[in-house]
Structure formats: C-alpha cells, structure tokens
Design a protein around this ligand. Structure first.
Ligand code: SF4
Length: 337
C-alpha cells in the first residue's frame, strides 16, 4: 500500500499548522462580519452568547465576501432565528443521556459503541444536535478514559468503536495514536470509525503522523466526514482526503439537510459529484434533529423526499445518500425515502 504524505514537512511543522489554525479561529461575530464585509447584526448577540462562534480561517477563506446567504457562512453564523424554537424541539433530541454505558461511552445500536473523545470542535455548527450536550460530565477524556476502555473491552458484543465528540481529531496525534493502540489490542473489535469535520475545516489536520497511525492500525478504518455543500471541498481538502484513503481508510460522507444551505436538488447533486471525485461515498442525508436553536434549518419531510427523488433521477445509485432520521429508541436509523 502506498502511503501519501505531505512532501518534506516535519511532524512539528504540521502540528503547528493545524493547531495554529485552531488557535487563530475567529470566535466573535463582529470580527467575522468585518472580515467578510457584512453589516453588524446586534440581534444575533443572544445566539452567539448561548453557543459561541468558532470559525477557522482555512474554512472562512472559502466563504464569499459580502454574501449573507453563503451556504458555508450560514452553517456557522449565529443569528436571531436561533432564539425561536417550537416547544417540541429539545436540548437532547436523540435522548443520548439514556444511552450512556459509562462516562463518555454511548451504546445506541447493536455491535457499536460511541466514544465521546472530546467536546472540542473545529467549527460550531449552528444545527448541531449536541450543541447542549454536557461534555464536561460525559466525555471519555483523560479522567475517564481507562474506565471507558474497560467498558468496551468487557462487552464482547461490541465490534465497532465510533470516535465522536465534539470532533475526535481535535485531539493531538500522540493521543490518537495511543487510543488506536489501546483499541487495536481489544480482540473482539473489528473496526474503528472516526466522525470528523476537521479534514474539511482545516485540511492540514491530516498530518503524516495521523496517516501513519491509521495505516498501522490492524482494525478496519472508516472515516466519516461531515460535509453539507460542494463549496466546502477544495483542492486542499481533496489532498487530505487522498492521504486518509492512502492509509487504508474507507471514506464516507454524511450531510444534514438544511434549509437555505442545501435544500435544492442541483446543490445536493453537485455535492455527491464532488464527493465521488474526492474518493468519498455519499452515505447519509440526515433529516435535522430537532434541537433547540436550529428550527429555522428544518426542511419538511415531503420536500426531502422530493429532493432525494431528483437525486435518483440524476445520479448513479451509489451516489445517492440514504435519507434518514434518528428516532430515539429505534434499533437503527429510519430510512425516509
Ligand atoms: S463538528 Fe459535529 S459535534 Fe461539532 S458542532 Fe459541528 S456537528 Fe456538532
């Protein structure tokens, strides 16, 4: 297997690069609006106070200047619409608190366990279903890691560990490497799956060390990137995805169907095409989880079904993601179309 790496960069330089991008991310709406030449929006102050803005510059550079409705901007910009949610929207729409096996480990589906590795992310998605998640009480960070690993090792029914968060790739390479070694030593595990937006937000996060950790791991590796619009995927992103693939990882994408961002058939069709060109299979198109603060992104089910029909008419079957919804307590995701 040929492993693609960055040309001559040292590990230290790579680490500095992505960590620097995390450190220099824009964290207030005033700075972001000024940089994008947008008028101030004082009405968004309460939304920004309840769930802060986080926007790394490599992603901000893909947002069109002067365009309030840019589909990348809308994913991260606090707005006054977040202050209005119907009463059936909740802080824990997937009832994850009931699925906790031990601190930082959730078991929702047969054969799989989900590790909340960290609460940190490389973007604060305004539609995030975990925007109210109690990360300080329920994550498998250093203090709870041993217990989390023991709970997985003790349960022979678990074949797959899903590293989630937050974003597990906000954790430094040496911790990821150690976690992979520990998981790789559990005999009944077959697969590690990573759910991450980092290769999209900060492509330099796909360091040589990360690629080598993946390549060395004896388990099957799946990386699920979270992309909602074709404009997110540029040459740097594609380069990072190629490197992940060269380490033997299967690459999948999941998209959330979002009003004003991707609720348009040509947009979804172009996203599938761009993903395939980058070596990523479109996997899921998610109906929005009804979390407080995100109601303005909800697309009616009938519209979603029509959009999937339009995708089927224009794309080969393997390029059409499954349109699904997570219903708490169900043994699997519910396929909607
Ligand atoms: S990256 Fe994932 S966990 Fe983090 S805010 Fe976005 S959707 Fe939520």
């Amino acid at each position: 297997m040929q492993i693609l790496t960055n040309p001559a960069d040292s590990v230290a330089a790579e680490t500095k690069s992505w960590q620097q991008a995390m450190r220099t991310a824009i964290r207030d709406t005033k700075t972001l609006r000024k940089r994008l030449k947008l008028a101030p929006d004082p009405a968004a102050a309460s939304a920004a106070a309840s769930f802060g803005l986080f926007a790394p510059l490599p992603f901000v550079d893909r947002i069109a200047v002067g365009d309030e409705s840019d589909p990348l901007l809308l994913q991260l910009l606090p707005t006054a619409a977040e202050d209005h949610s119907p009463t059936h929207f909740s802080n824990d729409p997937l009832q994850e608190s009931a699925a906790t096996l031990t601190t930082g480990v959730l078991k929702k589906y047969m054969g799989r366990a989900l590790m909340i590795v960290t609460g940190a992310c490389a973007i604060h998605c305004r539609y995030c279903f975990r925007r109210h998640f109690p990360y300080s009480d329920n994550s498998a960070g250093a203090a709870h890691l041993e217990k989390a690993l023991v709970s997985i090792a003790d349960d022979n029914s678990i074949e797959e560990v899903i590293l989630s968060g937050g974003d597990p790739l906000t954790v430094v390479d040496r911790t990821i490497d150690s976690l992979f070694s520990r998981l790789g030593a559990i005999p009944h595990l077959r697969r590690i799956r990573i759910h991450t937006r980092l290769p999209i937000m900060i492509p330099s996060r796909v360091t040589d060390q990360l690629v080598q950790t993946l390549a060395r791991c004896p388990l099957e590796k799946v990386v699920v990137i979270h992309t909602n619009h074709a404009n997110e995927i540029d040459a740097d992103v594609t380069g990072g995805l190629n490197r992940l693939r060269s380490a033997g990882a299967l690459l999948l994408n999941q998209t959330v169907l979002l009003k004003g961002i991707n609720d348009h058939a040509p947009t979804l069709i172009e996203l599938s095409k761009r993903l395939l060109s980058a070596g990523v299979l479109p996997y899921y198109l998610h109906q929005l989880d009804q979390v407080v603060g995100a109601a303005h992104f909800e697309v009616p089910l009938e519209t979603g079904k029509r959009l999937v029909g339009d995708m089927r008419a224009a794309l080969p079957g393997f390029a059409v993601p499954r349109y699904v919804q997570e219903i708490p307590g169900e043994p699997n995701k519910t396929v909607l179309a």
